[in-house]
Design a protein. Structure first.
Length: 387
């Protein structure tokens, strides 16, 4: 079964796609990764999206228009992927998260926009969407859903392993002795990107190759204030997002610290915050290896900082497991699509905190009758990815 996975993450910079051809061989699911790509949002659309995100006020009219415009952009990205990589049996669209409702230790709701009917209409292919909410209804956080991929990829590693994703938010899956748990650690690039964008430090709104951070110095007082954030002391499972970690959060921390660092020093401090919070989580997990993906793994300041803070841990990219670091989340949603289509849960309860595993998503038919493959009785025990 060929599945196209699509996602725009918490960095909301564009749409990542991956076509994966899955085949179940015994208890092993084999996935051949085909076409992958990343399509930036048009500048005007990205600006509108950023302006509508919390804590900014918005209107239902703006949400409706963004739902349509993002859906149409996803539809064009899907059509381009199919043209380049060949027909697929199912499209899985995560859409764009615009709000994740968390109170204390509980997730109460989540909203992803990007109307899937535009994808189905443009491609003629059925679309699985709205994949997070079912886990939340079962008491989970609906995140990190990539933990189901991590569990299948890392289950056989001796000494335990952690899978770290450095997107807008950092999350980690820990797999050891047949057990799995996962949670959001804190901001990875969210605060860095917010500052870079607001101060016009890079035309694409991120610290490319960590150059800005590398040119600055960490402000010890500001870092101390940032590390006082109560979220870091919550026990997992837990999840967070840009509802908490946004530009106003940085401004409040600056006011509390009573400092005004240069732009480079501010970015260096926020980068060190990512390194510290991730390293603390990895040390607490006690894993021997850390497999890293997401945009932050291309930032040498973050990666060198993690290696320096974790001298006894093998730190490397997820590419080594057949999941290219830039494409891993799109591959994960393709996997979730295969699981849902075969009547299998797409969650690991230890990864999200749910009462039990759940089959995920809502299906939008394509141009013909909706036909699903025969259900599979037992989920695969491992996943092997290749190109």
């Amino acid at each position: 079964m060929r599945v196209l996975g699509m996602i725009s993450g918490t960095s909301h910079d564009g749409i990542d796609v991956a076509v994966v051809d899955f085949e179940l061989v015994g208890s092993t699911l084999e996935g051949r990764v085909g076409h992958t790509a990343s399509t930036p949002y048009p500048d005007a659309l990205r600006s509108r999206l950023i302006a509508a995100l919390p804590p900014a006020p918005t209107t239902l009219a703006e949400v409706c228009e963004l739902d349509t415009l993002i859906g149409q952009t996803f539809a064009e990205a899907a059509a381009a992927a199919i043209a380049a990589g060949g027909p697929v049996d199912l499209v899985v669209s995560h859409g764009q998260t615009v709000y994740h409702w968390v109170e204390g230790a509980h997730a109460l709701g989540t909203l992803q926009i990007g109307q899937p009917a535009w994808i189905a209409e443009r491609t003629g292919t059925p679309v699985l969407s709205d994949v997070r909410i079912r886990d939340i209804t079962a008491g989970g956080h609906g995140a990190p859903l990539v933990s189901v991929l991590d569990g299948l990829l890392l289950g056989g590693r001796e000494g335990g392993a952690g899978a770290l994703n450095l997107g807008g938010i950092s999350n980690m899956t820990v797999v050891r002795d047949g057990e799995l748990y996962a949670y959001d650690l804190g901001p990875a690039n969210a605060l860095i990107d917010a500052v870079v964008t607001s101060r016009g430090l890079h035309p694409r709104g991120f610290d490319e190759d960590g150059r800005i951070a590398a040119s600055g110095r960490v402000d010890a007082r500001l870092l101390e204030v940032l590390l006082e954030e109560p979220y870091y002391r919550l026990a997992p499972p837990k999840s967070t997002g840009k509802e908490l970690f946004h530009l106003a959060y940085v401004e409040q921390a600056l006011a509390t610290a009573g400092v005004r660092p240069s732009d480079a020093d501010l970015v260096a401090t926020l980068t060190e915050l990512t390194v510290r919070t991730v390293a603390d989580g990895v040390r607490a997990a006690g894993v021997a290896a850390l497999v890293v993906s997401g945009g932050g793994c291309r930032n040498p300041v973050i990666m060198d900082g993690l290696r320096g803070a974790l001298p006894g841990v093998e730190v490397g990219p997820s590419d080594d497991l057949g999941a290219p670091a830039d494409d891993k989340e799109a591959i994960a949603f393709a996997l979730i699509g295969w699981l849902s289509a075969h009547g299998l849960p797409g969650t690991a309860p230890g990864g999200t905190g749910a009462r039990g595993p759940r089959i995920l998503g809502t299906l939008t038919p394509g141009s013909g009758p909706l036909a699903l493959p025969a259900p599979v009785a037992e989920p695969p025990r491992s996943l092997v990815l290749s190109r």
